[in-house]
Ligand binder design. Structure first.
Ligand code: F6P
Length: 526
């Protein structure tokens, strides 16, 4: 690992505000060390570097290892393949403006990260990104904060990032920009004269135009998208919502084969469902029973069955509704009293955003209330933990669980659903209860699908999962595993880059191609 000229980056571990500055672009929890996901060789003729841009950057640790989760590992794999640069926020705020990134070299990857003015970062991240874009993209019109200063701050920070990235770019670089923090970045780079191929992948949902159009600077954002060569979403539904937004605003017009034209610029809009590193996760889960936390958990369970939920503390995850459904399940199925434990692992998140601060109290109160009402002196029905749990321990807990509750009110993909499936013992698998509003539902339709707003339906699904025969559990699990194996993280990375390099039609849509026949899909009706 070599520190480059300019300013040295501080290796992971020195993150401010109690945050790890490890890769948080994935919903995964942090992994101790990361294998490289093999990506097929870069398409012929493409000799330039790959530039990845994301708000969080997985800066390698002092000993040169990376502490990135699955998604970041895949991107790192692609970067290693082609050589390149990973650019984003340093995890720190500055008191004075400075547009020089901190640089660090690790093998053929350069990490370049920027400090952002504290005031600007608050407007950009705590403000527009997480109080306008996040709620609207998760269909929460009621939580939208319209604030002109925040909106301007968001666009200004994007310009600052573009200006800091510009001197690092070469004409033959391919640029892959990630997530809602950086929608206008390509437009800013184009303004600066860059003609490189630039792709964008949105890690969160994109809503229908009636919801999206409530966004401040809506048309400006839509126009920002049109500066890309490929705009990718997790699901065909998100891609279609986005296309409809352009059509309704009369911005350009659609072409066949997922292409869209604005002025003289033709770009692609497609669905690229993100996957996990399935085989690595399977192996981790198999050996995780030796993990001390997993052992302690098993001992503490006695002969009770484990029901597990793992989510960042976020209103989009439906944790409140989930605890309510669990309570309903216990009340209507007294035979399960003292026979089950529901573990909800929920690391705190975005605590500077008022909606999140409020939620911390609400959920803690609700968990306490449930235990007070339903518990016994020798039984705590809900174990609610605000901790980040390591990757191996999580894999072991998933494998131990009889039921995985993944019931977001809205989610781009939800990789916990995929990891829960991959972690199961094939002879005696647990059952996934999955929200119909998670992107993962498009592939994992052999799970028990529920409407998380419907308390009784979700409660019935929990009971059904616990009572399901081993034959049915195996059959469902095999269908689910088939989907995971057909579309792993390396496929996602390769498909997107192939579309960006122009070697593949858009909408690879592995989800649709490997779909389980509808008759086998497991909708639970209330
Ligand atoms: O789901 C969108 C996302 O940006 C993820 O990519 C990331 O893991 C998560 O939100 C965490 O967000 P933050 O960086 O705000 O903690």
């Amino acid at each position: 690992m070599k520190i480059l000229t300019g300013r040295p980056v501080e290796p992971s571990g020195a993150a401010p505000q109690g945050r790890a500055n490890t890769a948080k672009i994935s919903k995964h929890f942090v992994m101790a060390s990361s294998p490289v996901v093999p990506i097929d060789p870069a398409p012929e003729g493409n000799t330039g570097r790959l530039i990845v841009v994301s708000n969080r950057v997985p800066i390698p640790t002092k000993d040169g290892t990376s502490s990135a989760g699955g998604l970041a590992v895949a991107l790192e794999g692609a970067l290693k393949q082609q050589g390149g640069l990973w650019f984003g926020w340093s995890g720190k705020t500055a008191d004075r403006p400075d547009s020089t990134p901190h640089m660090l070299e690790s093998g053929n990857i350069t990490f370049a990260v920027l400090d952002v003015l504290k005031k600007d970062f608050d407007l950009f991240y705590t403000g527009f990104a997480n109080r306008a874009l996040w709620p609207i993209c998760h269909y929460r019109l009621d939580l939208l904060q319209v604030d002109r200063t925040q909106t301007e701050g968001y666009f200004r920070v994007n310009r600052t990032f573009a200006q800091a990235l510009a001197p690092l770019l070469r004409p033959d670089d391919t640029i892959w920009i990630h997530d809602y923090h950086f929608i206008p970045l390509a437009a800013e780079l184009r303004q600066l004269g860059f003609r490189n191929r630039i792709g964008f992948f949105l890690h969160i949902p994109w809503p229908p135009s009636d919801v999206a159009s409530a966004l401040p600077a809506y048309v400006r954002l839509l126009n920002g998208f049109t500066a890309y060569d490929v705009v990718g979403f997790h699901t065909p539904q998100d891609a279609d919502n986005f296309r409809q937004c352009l059509i309704r605003e009369k911005i350009g017009f659609p072409f066949g084969n997922g292409e869209y034209q604005v002025g003289t610029h033709r770009f692609k809009i497609g669905a690229f469902p993100v996957g996990i590193d399935t085989e690595t996760f399977v192996r981790t889960a198999r050996t995780a029973k030796r993990n001390p936390l997993v052992r302690r958990m098993r001992e503490s369970m006695e002969d009770r069955s484990l029901i597990i939920g793992v989510d960042r503390l976020d209103y989009s995850k439906g944790i409140k509704q989930r605890i309510e459904s669990y309570s309903c399940f216990i009340r209507s199925n007294p035979q399960f009293r003292n026979k089950v434990v529901y573990l909800q692992v929920t690391p705190k998140s975005r605590s500077d955003v008022p909606e999140y601060k409020r939620m911390q109290h609400e959920i803690a109160e609700q968990a306490g209330w449930t235990n007070g009402n339903l518990g016994e002196v020798d039984w705590t029905p809900v174990r609610y933990v605000n901790k980040t749990i390591g990757h191996t321990a999580l894999a072991g807990l998933y494998r131990m669980a009889r039921v995985g509750l993944v019931t977001p009110l809205r989610d781009g993909m939800n990789l916990v659903a995929k990891e829960f499936v991959a972690a199961q013992d094939e002879d005696d698998p647990g059952v996934l209860v999955l929200s119909r509003f998670a992107g993962a539902m498009h592939e994992l339709d052999a799970a028990l699908l529920v409407n998380p707003y419907d308390t009784e339906m979700t409660a019935a699904a929990i009971a059904r999962a616990l009572e399901m025969s081993v034959e049915e559990r195996r059959e469902r699990w095999q269908a689910l595993m088939g989907r995971l194996r057909a579309n792993g993280i390396a496929d996602w990375c390769r498909d997107f880059l192939a579309a960006l390099h122009g070697d593949q039609p858009v909408v690879p849509d592995r989800g649709e191609r490997h779909k389980t026949p509808r008759s086998r899909a497991a909708h639970v009706s209330s």
